[in-house]
Design a binder for this molecule. Sequence first.
Ligand SMILES: Cc1cc2nc3c(=O)[nH]c(=O)nc-3n(C[C@H](O)[C@H](O)[C@H](O)COP(=O)(O)OP(=O)(O)OC[C@H]3O[C@@H](n4cnc5c(N)ncnc54)[C@H](O)[C@@H]3O)c2cc1C
Length: 349
Amino acid sequence: MLSGPWKQKLIRYANTGTDYKLPMRTSLDLPRTILGRKITQRKNMNLSLSFQNKIKGEVIYDEMMSKYTSMRIGGPADVFVLPANLRDLQIILKHRGSCPILTIGEGTNLLVRDRGIRGIVISLKKCFKSIKQPVFYKSIEGEERALVKVDGGVKLSYLSKFVARYGLSGIENLVGVPGSVGGSVAMNAGAEGAEISQVLRSIKFLTLNGEIKTYSKSEMVFAYRKTMFPSKDGIVIEAELDLANGKISDIYLKMDKYLSRRGLTQPLNMPNSGSIFKNPDGEKAGHLIESAGLKGCQIGRASVSIKHANFIVNKGGALAEDVIQLIKHIQTVVEEKSGIKLEQEIIVI
Ligand SMILES: Cc1cc2nc3c(=O)[nH]c(=O)nc-3n(C[C@H](O)[C@H](O)[C@H](O)COP(=O)(O)OP(=O)(O)OC[C@H]3O[C@@H](n4cnc5c(N)ncnc54)[C@H](O)[C@@H]3O)c2cc1C
């Protein structure tokens, strides 16, 4: 558990909005028992400085992650980088030394702890934003189809609307998923009974050595809300989708239906991270939580949504610790009542 003053400090940061700059920590800020960590932090800073002047993008120290997560929660990242292009990414990887790296997209499936992230966080928020024109072809079965190459930083909702304009069908079910293409490939995002892996033809992956590798669909393993890449750590910089030709009006109609269903069933007006738990086989996590009487259950400023029980909402100033305690509480109560242990979908950093 967090100490009182630290908790108060975080609540203040969360409430003061996004411009608050966390002061650089000094040795006094750190308990003596983990002074070793401070030395590591210094080392990280020096390493990152060695790429700071070489890249076109932005490097920010002690950046609050709450600015970059849809839950609006998360302590400071030691080094936060917004690369401008592929070259920037390769320079960062080359000069990172032994620093751990975390790549994030739109931060819509993340819970970053209050103490933040030690190491370098790379955000694709300001790069990898292009979509190539579709290349139409006829399949062996004689079906009109198209291949679309899209960068990892493009928002899935934007991509769905972009391909709909060409009458391309296959991802209209994903129009309401608020993540990026890279994050959605990593998470094998899905909705309305379909997953992104079903339309994926290949991906371009930047390995931590700075090498670009192309993997075909058959070289990757997909599971429910999970993708196992051949080389686990790296960055999805491009995805190639194989889409079917459809009727534009039908595609728009489906997208409208899916979007309005979300509006009716999800707490979109409050900060959240989508579904907290995976649906167990043959069950809906939301249904199990609701049946356990947990709708509206609150710890600190984090609460089980009244609208959708598989969503936890930040009622303003919630801490990651509040959410973690609430997750544990839900798991315990649901297991007691139904015998089912809910598995987390969100990624806790
Ligand atoms: C309101 C709401 C509704 C949602 N509905 C759905 C839904 O219907 N279906 C669904 O599947 N999800 C849903 N989500 C969750 C989320 O949008 C998806 O999981 C999405 O795919 C995450 O993308 P992101 O860019 O936000 O990834 P992030 O949250 O930034 O990251 C998620 C994971 O992907 C990794 N990652 C991110 N970018 C890259 C990259 N370029 N290369 C390699 N790894 C990367 C991160 O390291 C992390 O492990 C919802 C979320 C919200 C807030």
